[in-house]
Design a protein around this ligand. Sequence first.
Ligand code: SF4
Ligand code: SF4
Length: 279
Amino acid sequence: MYGTGLAKGLLLTMRHFVESYVDDIRYGFRKYHHATDNFGIRQGTKTKGVITVQYPDEKVAVPERFRFVPFLIIEDEDHPTRAGKDWCTSCGICAKVCPPQCIWIVRGNDPNTGRPVPEPEAFFIDIDICMNCGYCAEYCPFDAIKMDHDYELASYDRTTHHIHDKEKLSKPNSYWRSIAPTRAYEEMLARGTWEHKDAAKEARRGAASPRRSAPRPAVEQPAASAPAKSEATGPAEANAAPAPTAEGATPWTEDEAKREERRRKALERKARRAAQRGQ
Ligand code: SF4
Ligand code: SF4
């Protein structure tokens, strides 16, 4: 019948109007409190009616999985060994998977040797091109790039404000844990540590084999001048050179000899096999 749709629409509007007041009474006006943790009340599944948000004075909290432009994770300033260090290893995977190709990375080099180091020297994201798909964060093997909750990025100058450089992109790990505690916890479980994957691996290696990080020249030093075991504990202890044995030889000197013996035997075996093949 003509006009039925119009009547239904008006009834729906009337229902929302009434429900708004019913909800106010039910939640005792807590819906309008400016605290940022009232998202569940204001836009929860049980909330009915219409609410007005007085933006920008008032902001509705975004859900944890909300994503806007990406940012890079760096260590917190109070980290005992890696304060301010990048989690990004400049592997370039995020730049490869980014559908609109808005990530640009310059790999870092050691200024002394010129060899590449696992840190980005420069990192840019054009946030006007970024479509907030989150692929970069999904594919990063080091959990180094994450999607931010900050959506207030409008400005008058695109070139100076909308191409985010490394400085602008970098945010501490504690920030990520504060905006996405559940995700951060899940990632920690998957990595097996709150630390960066490589840093944790390096620490494990150092603890298992102190000679890896010990100063190499100590091998040639006479037993009397070999560095004594540090009294410090923790990472410093892992970095300390091992103490000389009772015989006066450093433990790694013995390992070197064994390794040399194994290498010699392997070469002999290889030569024997080559000779057999030649017969
Ligand atoms: S953010 Fe992740 S994927 Fe991108 S370059 Fe850095 S480590 Fe690689
Ligand atoms: S969110 Fe998507 S579009 Fe934006 S930088 Fe990451 S991969 Fe590229």
